[in-house]
Design a protein around this ligand. Structure first.
Ligand code: HEC
Ligand code: HEC
Ligand code: HEC
Ligand code: HEC
Length: 152
C-alpha cells in the first residue's frame, strides 16, 4: 500500500472512533482537541487563512496545573471552579455563538473568535510575563498566530 492510502485508512478509522464517541453524552473530552468550529466551516467568503493546530486540554490541566474555572464558566461568566470530569459542560460556542466579527463592536466577547483569543492568548501573555518576558510575547506559552494556527 502506498503512504497516502495508509493515511486515508487511518483517518477513516479515527473518524469512526470519533463518531462512536459522539453517541455518548457531552461529558467526555479528548486529551487533545482539534478546535475546528462550525463557524470556521460555515465561512463562505474565501477559505480561512489559518487552521487551528491543537489544544492540549489534558496537559493544560495536569502539567500546567490549571483549574477548570480558568476557562469554563456559567451563563453569567462566573467561573466553574468546582467542575469535575464527567460533569455536563457546554462548548464555548454554545454561548459565544456569533461566528462573524461585528465591525461596529470589534471586541464583542460573544463573538467566538474573541472569546477564544481572550481566554487563550490573555492567559498565555500573563504566563510569559511571569516567566520573565516583560511584554509577555516570548516564552513557553504561544502568543503569535502561527504557533496556534498553521497556514491552511
Ligand atoms: C485552559 C482552558 C481549559 C481548562 C483549564 C479546562 N478546559 Fe475543558 N475545555 C476547554 C476548551 C477550550 C474546550 C473546548 C470547548 C469547545 O469545543 O467549544 C473544553 C472542552 C471540555 C469538555 C468537552 C465539552 C464538549 O461538549 O465537547 C469537557 C467535558 C471539559 N472541557 C471538562 C473540563 C474539566 C472537568 C476541567 C477541569 C478538570 C477542564 N475542562 C479544564 C478549555 C479548558
Ligand atoms: C453558558 C454560556 C457560556 C459558555 C458555555 C461560555 N461562556 Fe464565556 N462568557 C459568557 C458570558 C455571558 C460572558 C460575559 C460575562 C460578562 O459580561 O461579564 C462570557 C465572558 C467570557 C470572556 C471574557 C471574560 C473576561 O473576564 O473578560 C471570555 C474570554 C470567555 N467568556 C471565554 C469563554 C471560553 C473559552 C469558553 C469555553 C471554554 C466559554 N467562554 C464558555 C458565557 C459563556
Ligand atoms: C489559564 C491559562 C491558560 C489558558 C486559558 C490557555 N493556556 Fe495554553 N498554555 C498555558 C501555559 C502556562 C502554557 C505553557 C506551559 C509551559 O510550557 O510551561 C501553555 C501552552 C500552550 C501551547 C504550547 C504547548 C502545548 O501544550 O501544546 C499551546 C499550543 C496552547 N497553550 C494552546 C492553547 C489554546 C488553543 C488555548 C485556548 C483554547 C489555551 N492554550 C488556553 C496556559 C493557558
Ligand atoms: C493561543 C492560541 C491562539 C493564538 C496565538 C491565536 N489564535 Fe486565533 N484562534 C484560536 C482558537 C482556539 C480559535 C477558535 C477555534 C476555531 O475557530 O476553530 C481561534 C480562532 C481564530 C479565527 C476564527 C476562525 C473562524 O473562521 O471562525 C481567526 C480568523 C483567527 N483565530 C486568527 C488569528 C490571528 C490572525 C492570530 C494572530 C494575531 C491568532 N488567531 C492567534 C487560538 C489562537
Amino acid at each position: 500500500m502506498n503512504k497516502r492510502l495508509v493515511t486515508l485508512l487511518l483517518a477513516a478509522g479515527i473518524a469512526v472512533i470519533f463518531a462512536a464517541g459522539g453517541l455518548q453524552a457531552g461529558t467526555s473530552v479528548e486529551d487533545t482537541l482539534k478546535m475546528e468550529t462550525d463557524g470556521y466551516k460555515k465561512r463562505k467568503k474565501g477559505a480561512p487563512k489559518f487552521k487551528l493546530v491543537e489544544f492540549t486540554h489534558k496537559k493544560h490541566i495536569e502539567e500546567y496545573k490549571l483549574n477548570c474555572g480558568e476557562c469554563h464558566h456559567d451563563k453569567d461568566g462566573k467561573p466553574l471552579a468546582d467542575l469535575k470530569m464527567g460533569d455536563e459542560v457546554k462548548k464555548c460556542g454554545e454561548c459565544h455563538n456569533k461566528f462573524k466579527k461585528d465591525k461596529k463592536n470589534k471586541k464583542d466577547i460573544m463573538v467566538h473568535e474573541n472569546a477564544m483569543h481572550g481566554n487563550c492568548v490573555e492567559c498565555h501573555k500573563e504566563a510569559n510575563i511571569k516567566a520573565g518576558d516583560p511584554k509577555g510575547r516570548k516564552g513557553p506559552a504561544p502568543t503569535s498566530c502561527g504557533k496556534c494556527h498553521e497556514k491552511a
